[in-house]
Design a protein around this ligand. Structure first.
Ligand code: GLN
Length: 490
């Protein structure tokens, strides 16, 4: 039987359609790989074997009968444990939802199953997607496959580490301020945050609703295009979903597109605070784009310096409202022994939420409280507009923008836990595009001297996913990164 663990989603789909391997055999191989590496990386919360094997059986039947199959037929995928997969737990890596079973299917996973993808497992994350290292999970710490002493990034650390460690060719994450791009950068894979509204959020447990987006992780650009085109599109169940056609990203992929395009290097994200080795690799990447025929210029986003504080006011304000629903009545945990309703609320939330979630609920509640609303929340909304306007101004002069994905490579466990601000600051490069709702991605571009991956971020105008993916593909074809295997799981 062909060994498919290291193959891409595209290759696996082809082998399946050619009947070189059955869907059941595909799953067997990935579960075997999970058995081998999971004890090292701790990327997964829940196995969805029952669902996976029933999907595989159906695919095998359909193929033998010659029925039409979807574009992701036979491709296993791992889903971040903040998305509803019907009849499975959706824990958000929080004690408060530990025993909560999703009563319905999220739109994005529904689309995946209709396209023939197979559900393997649900992945670990920072509790309610709040964090940059997956250390805020109430359950366990996911390790970075490139060095098990280091974090995988977050909040979608499990989704990133699992793809990097070949537990699946692709996975889904969510990105509110960088939670797809940053762990993709730390784990040496591709991570994509679509335009806000491109992918339906129905069935995604809300953190900060005006920022949350679902997107893919993969080990190459084609696979990201494949998952993205599968999950994108209008959904009447999400009022923020955009009612615009979805191009076939895989068919439209064209590395030639980057020729003669203007790429703006974001001045503010190439200066102080960016690690020298990271900067060095990004500069090499700029040369690669130049050789590919792109025209490189410098752009300035003067208000980007406010992006992190603005984000931590708006995201926490929205979180404080969204997380008010976990009261011991409607979902999951209810702490026993309370004498009345208010104390039941209090003890449930006290026992159920971790420290970071509590910190954010308090921050957000404060920013929204009367007397402070104008000074914090309203001001932050105004500055968000300015950051967005900076992008619009710059995109009058350039087609794409470029920066490092993160100021440093993956840090060691515990390095930032005691100092939340230093953790928050590590999102400096990813948060601006989130505030502006723009599509952005991280692609692997090199390594630091410790052998840890470095991510390059590309940002495009709204709904320009095609250009983003095509430019990333052109880069991937000449960048020597692809094909390397993480030391921690080799
Ligand atoms: N690290 C950021 C935070 O802690 C971003 C999280 C995310 O994108 N979900 O909020």
């Amino acid at each position: 039987m062909t060994d498919i663990i290291k193959k891409s989603a595209k290759e696996i789909n082809k082998l399946f359609l050619n009947k070189e391997i059955s869907a059941k055999e595909i799953l067997d191989q990935f579960y075997k790989q999970i058995e081998q590496v999971e004890s090292k990386i701790d990327a997964l919360n829940i196995s969805t074997k029952e669902l996976g094997y029933s999907q595989a059986e159906e695919l095998d039947k359909k193929l033998s009968k010659g029925e039409k199959l979807g574009p992701m037929a036979g491709v296993p995928i791992i889903i971040k444990d903040i998305l509803c997969v019907k009849n499975y737990p959706v824990t958000c890596s929080s004690k408060i939802l530990e025993n909560f079973i999703a009563p319905y299917e999220s739109t994005c996973t529904q689309k995946l199953w209709e396209a023939g993808a197979i559900c393997i497992a649900k992945s670990n994350m920072d509790e309610f997607a709040m964090g940059s290292s997956t250390e805020n999970s109430a359950f366990k710490k996911t390790k970075n496959p490139w060095n098990l002493k280091n974090v995988p990034g977050g909040s979608s650390g499990g989704s990133a580490a699992s793809v990097s460690a070949f537990e699946a060719p692709v996975s889904l994450g969510t990105d509110t301020g960088g939670s797809i791009r940053q762990p993709a950068g730390f784990c040496g894979i591709v991570g994509f945050k679509p335009t806000y509204g491109r992918v339906s959020r129905f069935g995604l447990v809300a953190f900060a609703s005006s920022l949350d987006q679902i997107g893919p992780f993969s080990r190459d650009v084609y696979d990201t295009a494949l998952v993205l085109e599968t999950i994108s599109g209008y959904d009447a169940k999400d009022s923020t979903s955009l009612n615009v056609d979805v191009p076939s990203y895989t068919k439209k992929l064209n590395p030639e597109l980057v020729k003669n395009k203007k790429i703006g290097v974001i001045k503010e994200l190439m200066g102080d605070g960016i690690d020298a080795e990271v900067k060095n690799e990004i500069e090499k990447s700029i040369k690669i784009f130049e050789n590919l025929g792109a025209d490189i210029v410098e752009v300035s986003l003067p208000n980007v310096k406010y992006a992190v504080p603005v984000y931590y006011i708006l995201a926490t304000a929205e979180a404080s409202a969204n997380l008010a629903r976990y009261d011991g009545v409607k979902y999951g945990l209810r702490s026993p022994g309370s004498k009345d309703l208010p104390s039941m609320y209090r003890t449930t939330r006290h026992d159920g939420f971790g420290a970071e979630v509590k910190r954010r609920i308090m921050l957000g509640t404060f920013a929204l409280s009367s007397g402070y609303y104008d000074a914090y929340y309203k001001k932050a909304q105004q500055v968000r507009k300015l950051v967005t306007q900076d992008f619009l101004n710059a995109f009058e002069k350039v087609d794409l923008m470029l920066s490092p994905t993160c100021p440093s490579t993956a840090f060691e466990f515990g390095a930032k836990v005691a100092d939340p601000l230093s953790m928050y600051i590590s999102d400096i490069a990813t948060i601006p595009a989130s505030l502006a709702g723009l599509p952005a991605m991280s692609i692997p571009c090199g390594f630091d001297s410790k052998g840890l991956p470095i991510g390059l971020q590309l940002i495009a105008p709204s709904l320009s996913e095609e250009l983003l993916l095509s430019s990333a593909l052109a880069f991937e074809k000449v960048c020597s990164f692809t094909g390397k295997v993480p030391a921690g799981v080799a």
